[in-house]
Design a protein around this ligand. Sequence first.
Ligand code: OGA
Ligand code: NI
Length: 336
Amino acid sequence: MVAATGGAHVPARYLRPEVSADAVVNDGEAAIPIIDFERLLHPEESRDESARLHRACQEWGFFQLINHGVPDGLIQGMKANIQGFFGLPAEMKQQFAQQRGQLEGYGQLFVVSEDQKLDWADVLYLNTQPPQHRSMRFWPDKPDTFRSTLDAYSAAVKNVADRLLVIMSKNLGLQPEVIANKCVGGLQSVRMNFYPPCAHADKVVGFSPHSDADLLTLVLQVNEVQGLQVKRDDDTWVPVHPLEGAFIVNVGDILQIFTNGRYRSVEHRAVVDTERERLSVAAFHSPSIHATIGPLTELVSDQEMMMYKTVDHESFMKLFFSAKLDGKSFLQRMKL
Ligand code: OGA
Ligand code: NI
């Protein structure tokens, strides 16, 4: 994996001249909104905070969620286990390697062709919820608390995502259960990202620009090294500075489609550090495999144009995974 190369010499497949070509906004000029989950639930403060959440989903497609109620011990435990796993000797990690043509396991993301440019990252991608959806052969048994911690963490994060979707439904003027009902038996998968340092950090990209295909993603930054950047409408990149223990939440493509474009699934990328490794964990939440993906009929009145096609979930996932991660081109293909 790329971790072993150290980055003194960058192989051609990792060279990405476009990375340094784009402007990055200076610190302090712009920042994604911070939403307080306790305030969202508070009888007197929820109105204001819900309105802020609604605006964040419309304008940024991104926010930081604080006071989310996932116990700090669990957050710290998850961080320690992820660091423990990526710190294992290569041959131990290889026991959980991806199989050809499959997503789950340890390896690289979305390698679909021999000449495709590569991201400067190793990943461990696992289906986590519901539990019957798991392939335990890809779940590391080292560190020995890895499995039990991911089990508890994934359930706690799913609970936060489900509750956010209820509040978002209300904010959209829908019955609270409308989006949640689509997600009965909804799927969660988790991707742990390890970005090794690279001496030529400006020539590589940790995670290519992409939008997430799911409904809602909750990212936890595992160590103090930053690197996530969000694209603005003027094509500049805004660095995200995660607060300790906060979730970085973003709207995914399916939520943009459900809301007929009211909520935005925004492109983001991860850059790497010259000296220090960076780790993060993303939890992706999708509707059940039986749900249809299309604009919610409750939202689209006669006067409003349907912006996206309606397809079944399986076709949607096939369409997505067969395409290499490539900016917003996937969502374009769902456009009517
Ligand atoms: C992702 C992602 C960003 C990060 O996993 O989809 O965008 O900070 N991760 O690692
Ligand atoms: Ni992402």
